[in-house]
Design a protein around this ligand. Sequence first.
Ligand SMILES: Nc1ccn([C@@H]2O[C@H](COP(=O)(O)OP(=O)(O)OP(=O)(O)O)[C@@H](O)[C@H]2O)c(=O)n1
Ligand SMILES: C[C@](O)(CO)[C@H](O)COP(=O)(O)O
Length: 233
Amino acid sequence: MQNNSDSIIAIVPAAGIGSRMAADKPKQYLQLGQQTILAHTLDVLISHPLISQVVIALHPQDQYFQHLAQAQHPKLVQVIGGGERADSVLAALNMAKTINPSAWALVHDAARPCLCHSDIDKLLKSQSRFPQGAILAAPVRDTMKRSDANGLITDTVERALLWHALTPQYFPIDTLQANLTNALKAKVNITDEASAMEWAGVMPGLVTGRVDNIKVTHPDDLQLAQLFMSQAQ
Ligand SMILES: Nc1ccn([C@@H]2O[C@H](COP(=O)(O)OP(=O)(O)OP(=O)(O)O)[C@@H](O)[C@H]2O)c(=O)n1
Ligand SMILES: C[C@](O)(CO)[C@H](O)COP(=O)(O)O
């Protein structure tokens, strides 16, 4: 499959502390089968033939990464992340831009270890349809409710056009880096790369992704990720 960009650089925000997981270490270093969550995620990205490099953002006090076998891989470049996910992504984008400013960034959460090459390929193929960039997303399946502060339903939200944003999210490095920089300077709340692009007036594309590409966030997500990982083998 030909990609019409110079190259693709994966960006992996992995500097979080996993507070919602409430584990004894950052969740990306919890074991999932034979290796850690982060090791699984890096294996998927490093092994993809169209990904030329992987820039990973680590917590300044990270004491785990150096012990991963993947840490020595020649495709890997390390940067220090920031206080929020968006800060970590921007730190990695700043590095990626020095590597190849005309490349595209494939931003993927360290905490999403169940990603598969078929979904990466689907997103990369969307570039001709969405030259502005696109994200993997899953259509909402349930009836969606909005609540008040007391946990009482205030209304039902029309779900026909609602999606769960996933990662990877795929944009030109120079445009994403500029828009994310400006959005953060403007103190905009940025929780994914698409929201920085939207803030700049871009309408990113949506590419339907697999629902097993979950973000391991809470303790019960670990068992689910284990199940999905075992089915993939
Ligand atoms: N300052 C931060 C915060 C998060 N992340 C990364 O962004 C991804 C998605 O964030 P999330 O699931 O929220 O991870 P945490 O921030 O670690 O979790 P929590 O919010 O429960 O603390 C994770 O791979 C996490 O490591 C990051 O690189 N830098
Ligand atoms: C980027 C993301 O995974 C898309 O759903 C999500 O926004 C990350 O949010 P978090 O609160 O940083 O986990």
